[in-house]
Design a binder for this molecule. Sequence first.
Ligand SMILES: Cc1cc2nc3c(=O)[nH]c(=O)nc-3n(C[C@H](O)[C@H](O)[C@H](O)COP(=O)(O)OP(=O)(O)OC[C@H]3O[C@@H](n4cnc5c(N)ncnc54)[C@H](O)[C@@H]3O)c2cc1C
Length: 311
Amino acid sequence: MAARADLYRQLASLLSPGSTARFDEPLSRHTTWGVGGPADLYVEPGSESDLLAALRFARLHQIRLRVIGSGSNLLVLDHGFRGIIVCLRHPCFRSIEPARDQLRCGAGAPLAAIVREAARARLGGLEFLEGIPGTVGGALRMNAGAMNRSFFDVLLRVRFMSLDGAVSEIAAAELQAGYRSCPFFETHIALSATLQAAPSPPETIRRLIALYRRRRQAQPAGRSAGCTFKNPGAISAGQLIDELGLKGARVGHAVVSTVHANFILNDGGATARDILALLDRIRSEVRSRRGIQLEPEVQIIGGEPAPAPMP
Ligand SMILES: Cc1cc2nc3c(=O)[nH]c(=O)nc-3n(C[C@H](O)[C@H](O)[C@H](O)COP(=O)(O)OP(=O)(O)OC[C@H]3O[C@@H](n4cnc5c(N)ncnc54)[C@H](O)[C@@H]3O)c2cc1C
């Protein structure tokens, strides 16, 4: 363990002063659920070259590395993450540049800021992102969306870094994305995305933003990760869970919302273990009583296999 700690210190010393590096950082501070143990090393790179340095270092020493956004779709286990967590929160990864009918957005840009900037530039088509509390990177990995529109509907191209450090750009049409998933970003780090928009009258943009904002009234306040399970087909996961009478079911401080049954709330002091146990209970009841296998939408961090040796 001492050797590992030395390695982390070595990496931290390689980064420029614009970067942030913290040891044993509680990941509960970086997830909307507010649960999760510490990451050995938490890095907010201050530049692409510092991101590259972290990536190369992790590969060389076979250390796990995972990128997170705003942690709004993450369940971090209580024992935390043995490796390096990278968060593209530095301003250099958060730019939003409208140009004619497009916006180029850094991977760390919050979706709410994109909706705001698009409206300021009188560009419409992105209003559906209102109320999704994630970043561009998370929206790419999850193909986030609402009310029958998803991120890939407006995506033109993505700049990304491969795990070997090469930076390239890819057209959206070349990426395979499905319902709440784009597997490409399991192994590639998104750096920025170019989104399609269209000039639109300000009052139309305002009306659509208000419409998407109203959706939030059907969602519970409190700490959650949004929808916990993917919808398994024609019936929504929330409806299934509700029909089985599981609203209000709890394990410790994790509780199924009484407002929206697909939301699990941390009502104060929940652990990842509480949440996982509640997830298991819901899945097994849905499986045994309805014959349906629910798949979590949330990404679980902390149980990853060790990285492969360098070729
Ligand atoms: C109250 C609430 C409401 C929500 N409503 C919706 C909704 O309406 N629709 C919806 O789709 N989702 C919704 N969500 C879920 C969540 O906001 C989305 O999934 C969002 O896209 C996650 O973005 P993030 O930045 O928080 O990603 P994180 O949760 O931090 O990470 C999610 C995944 O993305 C990966 N990732 C993050 N950044 C990068 C990057 N730069 N490159 C590669 N991979 C990356 C992570 O490794 C992880 O696998 C909601 C969540 C909450 C808490």
